[in-house]
Design a protein around this ligand. Structure first.
Ligand code: FE2
Length: 424
């Protein structure tokens, strides 16, 4: 075999293999085995650190990111004040500023080993400025980040005049996925009708669907059921995702025992957004306060793909975040009490392999033949990565090292104790 472009030496892999070399040639992984006996133009010694396929964020809003405080902060912290605040901000948004902020966020993402993002883009404004801006961003970041866009009717489909037409125009311009927000329509019947219209439109166009669905604390909201039924009716298994589904947290257990099998039967997938769900939901509760996140372990146990998304970073809904999908998985693990070893591994999968399936990414993984996209973490295993949320020592995109970060080390000045603390 000819010499490689890049070899990652002595890496641990997410499946538990240890001390493996990953050989990369012409942007593809060509060998994964211990002691690869050949040279390469460039070598990185992982020295027992974890090499993982890159992080994937299946739910984000890149048109609003990094706008925190513009024109004011969300004082109540609720979803509805966030939506109202976003409506105040929207008319003042300049296309160049949206592009600059999105590109800055993508820089953070690459540095964190996050190389694929599904972002919703608000199509409520008939000028579709944000759509044009994010299509430009998608084009510019394509060499280093896969950006998939969802046409998202933030102000409602039936509630907002011209909304469906805007979605159709956005799709014609190159937006990838059909979005929706049934719980924001005027009535439960309108919400169900919006799900039907949007799923039929996507089926007809051969597109995927990703809806904000039942992002509320209402135990009687039933749009998840409708989304599952439409997915089943239209034969869209694996192509329809329900985002948030926070109402499921509050639903009656008997009803959920019927709902989850219906979801499984339909082949729909789920994205929970733990950072946002734990902060936005339960706001009208006194005590006890509901956590609001959907029933992640139960959905996984039923065989349904569940990913964790970041949703928001420094915008009208959430003032924190740094494109770190391990922060997201860490919160998801705690909120869902997924503390067993297999469950913690599932939390890591929920920000890597599972969202890659939901996005339909080609060539994702560490097997020979896969695209040479990976991240080397200063941690020995996925569980260690969740514990430490460590430095991304190297990020590789199609065989090229696109980011390096130093390991976090503290120098101790204590007599009789080690000089260096690495938290390992
Ligand atoms: Fe969202």
């Amino acid at each position: 075999m000819a010499s490689m472009d890049l070899i990652i030496r002595r890496a641990n892999l997410p499946d538990g293999s240890r001390g493996v070399d990953i050989g990369i040639s012409q942007g593809r992984i060509v060998a994964v085995q211990p002691g690869l006996g050949m040279g390469a133009a460039q070598e990185i010694d992982a020295a027992g650190c974890l090499a993982s396929p890159p992080f994937v964020d299946a739910h984000f809003h890149m048109d609003s990111t990094l706008t925190y405080g513009m024109p004011r902060v969300n004082e109540s912290g609720t979803l509805l004040e966030g939506i109202a605040l976003w409506s105040e901000l929207k008319p003042t948004l300049a296309q160049d500023a949206i592009i600059d902020r999105a590109l800055a966020y993508c820089d953070w993402a690459v540095a964190q080993g996050l190389l694929a993002i599904r972002s919703h883009v608000d199509t409520s404004d008939p000028r579709l400025l944000a759509v044009e801006a994010l299509l430009e961003v998608k084009r510019r970041v394509a060499p280093y980040l896969d950006l998939q866009l969802v046409a998202f009717p933030q102000d409602g489909l039936l509630r907002h005049q011209g909304a469906f037409d805007n979605i159709k125009r956005a799709i014609a311009m190159g937006v990838d996925v059909v979005g929706g927000i049934p719980h924001f329509e005027r009535t439960m019947a309108d919400g169900a009708e919006s799900v039907r219209l949007l799923c039929e439109f996507a089926a007809e166009k051969g597109l995927r669907v990703d809806m904000h669905c039942d992002e509320s604390d209402d135990p009687l909201s039933r749009h998840v059921e409708t989304l599952a039924a439409q997915t089943h009716r239209l034969g869209m298994a694996g192509r329809v995702n329900g985002s948030h589904l926070t109402s499921m947290h509050s639903m009656d257990n008997y009803y959920v025992s019927k709902l989850i099998p219906l979801m499984r039967e339909s082949g729909m997938t789920v994205v929970a957004n733990p950072l946002i769900n734990i902060t936005l939901q339960g706001r009208s509760d006194t005590y006890p306060k509901r956590r609001g996140m959907t029933r992640v372990p139960e959905l996984l146990a039923a065989g349904i793909d569940v990913a964790f998304g970041h949703d928001c970073v420094m915008d009208p809904w959430y003032g924190l975040g740094s494109a770190d999908m391990l922060d997201v998985a860490h919160m998801g693990l705690h909120v869902a009490q997924m503390t067993g070893r297999a469950a913690m591994q599932q939390c890591f999968d929920a920000v890597t392999a599972i969202p890659a399936r939901i996005l339909g990414l080609d060539g994702y993984g560490l097997a020979p033949g896969c695209r040479a996209d990976l991240v080397v973490l200063d941690a020995a295993s996925p569980i260690d990565a969740l514990r430490l949320r460590p430095a991304r020592l190297a990020v590789v995109r199609e065989g090229r090292v696109v980011s390096r970060m130093p390991a976090r080390r503290a120098s101790l000045a204590l007599s009789g104790r080690p000089d260096i603390v690495a938290f390992h």
